[in-house]
Design a protein around this ligand. Sequence first.
Ligand code: PEP
Ligand code: MG
Length: 423
Amino acid sequence: MITLYGKSVYQDICMGKILYRPNGTDAAWNPAQLTGPVIIAAKDLTPADTKPLVPENVLGFLLEQGSSDSHVSMLAKSMGVPALIAMQAGSLEEYNGYQAILDGENGVAYIEPDEETRAELHERKCILARKKESLQALKGKETVTADGSRIHLYADIGSLQDIDNALENDAEGIGLLRSEFLYLENQDFPTQERLFEVYRQALLKMENKRVVIRTLDIGTDKAAEYFKLEKEINPALGARGLRVCLNRPEIFKAQLRALYRAACYGRLGILIPMVISLEEVLMVKEIASQVQKELSDEGTAYEEHVEFGIMIETPAAALISEKLAREVDFFCIGTNNLSQLTMAIDRQNKNMQSFYNPHHEAVLKLIAMSVQAAHKEGKRAALCGELAADGEMFETFINMDVDELVITSDVLLEARKKIREIY
Ligand code: PEP
Ligand code: MG
């Protein structure tokens, strides 16, 4: 038996045969033809790689790279299967065809497990299933501490399919729909009609619940060839998120047109990623009013009054959040980027983990500052990213007066349970 360690993004346990997906060999990758369920292993998987996967054929994911909010991690959570990422192993290719157990509770993969390990993990899987079952009783209950402090729980989703899971787990709305998948799963730009249809479906599915759709946040690890973004020495500090949209207004306008049109079908909030300045926010608002004028001039149906929010995920935005709060309806504080940029550490860099402190005082100060700035202007402040789902921090966030936690559906009821136990 070989034991490999990694980071788990979904707490479940599975057992089965590994199928390794080699990189850059599309001809060999035909998951639609799989005849039985397998553990998919790879260096990493893009939305285009996972698009043909049929859920019945996937037991779990095992990745050499990856991040906890990548598309495949979001997919694993919505499928309810374990995924181990950033495995501390060389290439996983040598395990192709081997039997394995993925232990998503502890971030361990057992290759060719012995009998004793199999029995122990089987027992633990049953315990996990019972624990999940007991959380069902929390559906319909309020997310409130014993002393009456309330916080709202919204879902963080990566595709339209995740909405069923959000509803199933009693999300009060969608706090972050990452629209990148629409760009990353295909080889060319989605048409405005496709964007409109997906946004409209999201709003219709959620009925009168609020749906916050983030405009394209592409760049760095979320790259699509057809954007033809220049190769950069430091892409994490380069063309990404809003910057790509402001440099390529035709891409941005197509999204805004689709969003304002779709807004006729529900309660929409538009969210702008990677903001660093007031000027950017004013530019976005200017483009948004141009788009509305064009829709109005051509007689296309659209909704004029749509909530407008920005991500506070750069230290720059947090530090000028008082100014920014005057221009927007809400903040969504993105703890993934905010943490990385504040500590100047790439979370995906396995060698830097000993320096990375998810509860760094500087990050918490920036969060608190942004929440206060929003409230001073009578605006709402949501918290998203990995830290938002950290049970150890719920009390701190409630004390900071955070209005909403935006977390993946799989941990929503568990979060409600923990918050209701706070005195
Ligand atoms: C964040 O930065 O916290 C966030 C939610 O955005 P992403 O993970 O997509 O960068
Ligand atoms: Mg971010």
